[in-house]
Design a protein around this ligand. Structure first.
Ligand SMILES: Nc1ncnc2c1ncn2[C@@H]1O[C@H](COP(=O)(O)OP(=O)(O)OP(=O)(O)O)[C@@H](O)[C@H]1O
Length: 244
């Protein structure tokens, strides 16, 4: 089943074309949106979450056209933006319940969903802690849990590990792969090749165009993914090459 379908999407900032005919279809599982700085990843995310609107191209989420049925489409999307958006003075649970309320979920159901989502990210025992007291990795995990509270089919993460140390990054990457394995459709924007596993699906975006869409294993062949990425985009691939 196609959970997210993007078809011939175009977007310009004045004369600057940021997306130039982007198409891909995603099924449940982990897809890395791999692109160097300026590739168009953030622009794509803004269109997928309807922060930006374009008349050129089409986006459907779980069969709902985002232009024709925005509420239905957006109710199927969970999103974690590059910049954290947490209230530091609330507890983890209060943050979760506050966000649940924005989706019309309250009372016991909100607590039940919050507990389930926190457990999925290995954060259950931190529910009572103030967000301010959490380290960066745990804050990010909380934000991912929060994005799951309305039980979306598609989870979008825009450079979710920016600024975190290697261990925290690894933990988050592992958790999100676990979510994808349990049936969620994950689109993980990154420029770090070490966050990508051989079994992952990869969309390579460069200068607003999709250069490749296939499994990481097929994309890299018998070479390191970093080498292939550099060759395709001319960009320096950052991150530690973790065997991929
Ligand atoms: N507000 C804007 N005005 C003009 N050009 C813009 C604007 N925002 C982005 N761009 C340009 O559009 C292109 C795509 O930018 P975008 O931020 O979507 O890329 P990105 O892949 O998310 O990069 P990064 O990882 O650096 O955020 C780039 O060439 C960028 O310079």
């Amino acid at each position: 089943m196609t959970a997210l379908n993007v078809s011939d999407l175009r977007y310009s900032y004045g004369p600057k074309r940021a997306l130039d005919g982007v198409s891909f279809a995603l099924s449940p599982g982990f897809t890395a949106l791999l692109g160097p700085n300026g590739a168009g990843k953030s622009t794509l995310f803004a269109l997928l979450t309807r922060l930006f609107v374009t008349r050129e191209g089409r986006i459907t989420v779980a069969g709902h056209d985002i232009a024709a049925e925005p509420r239905a489409a957006l109710s199927k999307i969970g999103v974690v933006f590059q910049q954290p958006t947490l209230d530091l003075d609330m507890s983890v649970m209060r943050n979760m319940r506050y966000f649940a309320a924005l989706h019309g979920i309250a009372g016991r159901e909100a607590v039940r969903r919050a507990e389930t989502a926190l457990a999925q990210l290995g954060m259950a025992e931190r529910a009572g802690e103030k967000v301010r007291d959490l380290n960066g990795g745990h804050r990010r995990r909380m934000e991912i849990a929060r994005a799951l509270i309305h039980q979306p089919e598609v989870l979008l993460l825009d450079e979710a590990t920016v600024g975190l140390d290697f261990e925290s990054r690894q933990a988050i990457v592992a958790h999100v792969h676990g979510l994808a394995a349990s049936g969620l459709t994950v689109l993980w924007a990154t420029h770090l090749v070490d966050e990508i596993e051989d079994g992952d699906d990869v969309v390579v975006l460069h200068r607003g165009r999709v250069l490749a869409h296939e499994s990481a294993a097929a994309l890299r062949g018998d070479r390191p993914l970093a080498e292939v990425f550099i060759e395709m985009t001319g960009a320096r691939a950052t991150g530690v090459e973790g065997g991929a």
